[in-house]
Write a protein that binds this ligand. Structure first.
Ligand SMILES: C[S@@+](CC[C@H](N)C(=O)[O-])C[C@H]1O[C@@H](n2cnc3c(N)ncnc32)[C@H](O)[C@@H]1O
Length: 258
């Protein structure tokens, strides 16, 4: 359960960020996206946070689901390369500053954002990567994962929802791969798609190794639910998606009205 200090984090690399942009082209991921947005149920005028936003597929889905009437979506990610994807997305949607990108590492919390600054939050397969190395024991802990949940709670207004996906323990990537095979031929640029998919599989190996070492957190649903409750969330609900390899959670920050 110990790891070398200053272990490399591929998530900040442009190559890694770009490899995951192709994820949106495969069916299991599109199913996950549709299931997440259905639970999120965004509405006109609302301000949303998209945590670990990558190239912005959830941000775009929130936009599309509301027919472009969502108030604002702020994507947060530790990979600076995703700023380019957001610049393209903003231009494509003619969204102006209603779609924004913030380069930030959520393992340290969400300090850039004041209390109650968002109506709701989403996150796609990202919060499992909150990392904290205990300087005394030299061991990975789940303190940063807990901090993210407390911080999302803080930045949501009372009554706000947090809808997010996380991978199941020991995810079987091959099940996702199997259901994605046909998409190679449907992808606009099949060679680029294949190159990115192979790279994504290599990163998948790294993610599983680090999860086994306790650095990343592919937790059982009951553990995630317990952490949400501990952070103050209520009405916690989850279901499976992504070829069975992810849980989607929905949780509410209580308001006086309940
Ligand atoms: C599997 S990708 C998912 C991206 C996007 N949400 C999607 O659904 O396609 C995980 C994302 O989490 C981001 N991420 C990982 N650790 C992070 C951290 N500590 N702070 C901010 N973003 C992080 C990665 O850069 C990456 O974009």
């Amino acid at each position: 359960m110990t790891a070398a200090p200053a272990a490399r984090n591929h998530w900040t690399d442009a190559r890694c960020a770009k490899a995951f942009w192709s994820q949106q082209e495969v069916r299991p991921y599109r199913r996950l996206l549709a299931d997440t947005v259905a639970l999120a149920a965004p509405a006109a005028g609302e301000a949303w946070l998209d945590l670990g936003c990558g190239g912005g597929p959830l941000t775009r889905a929130l936009w599309d689901h509301t027919g472009g009437t969502v108030g604002a979506v702020v994507g947060v990610d530790c990979a600076a390369a995703n700023a380019d994807a957001y610049a393209r997305l903003r231009a494509e949607l003619s969204a102006g500053d209603r779609v924004r990108f913030r380069h930030h590492d959520f393992s340290s919390g969400l300090a850039p954002f004041p209390d109650s600054s968002f109506d709701h939050a989403v996150s796609g397969l990202s919060i499992s990567y909150a990392e904290h190395l205990d300087p005394v024991s030299g061991r990975w802990t789940d303190a940063a994962y807990d901090r993210v949940l407390h911080e999302v709670y803080r930045v949501l207004r009372p009554g706000g929802r947090f809808v997010f996906s996380v991978n199941v323990p020991e995810p079987a990537w091959w099940k996702v791969g199997l259901l994605s095979l046909g998409d190679v031929f449907r992808a606009g640029r099949p060679l680029r798609f294949l190159r990115r998919s192979l790279r994504m599989m290599r990163y998948g190996g790294w993610l599983k190794r680090e999860a086994r070492a306790g650095r990343f957190h592919y937790l059982p649903a009951a553990a995630v639910a317990g952490k949400l409750e501990e952070a103050g969330f209520r009405r916690v609900f989850h279901r499976r998606s992504y070829a069975g390899q992810a849980f989607i959670f929905s949780a509410v920050k209580p308001s006086d009205e309940g």
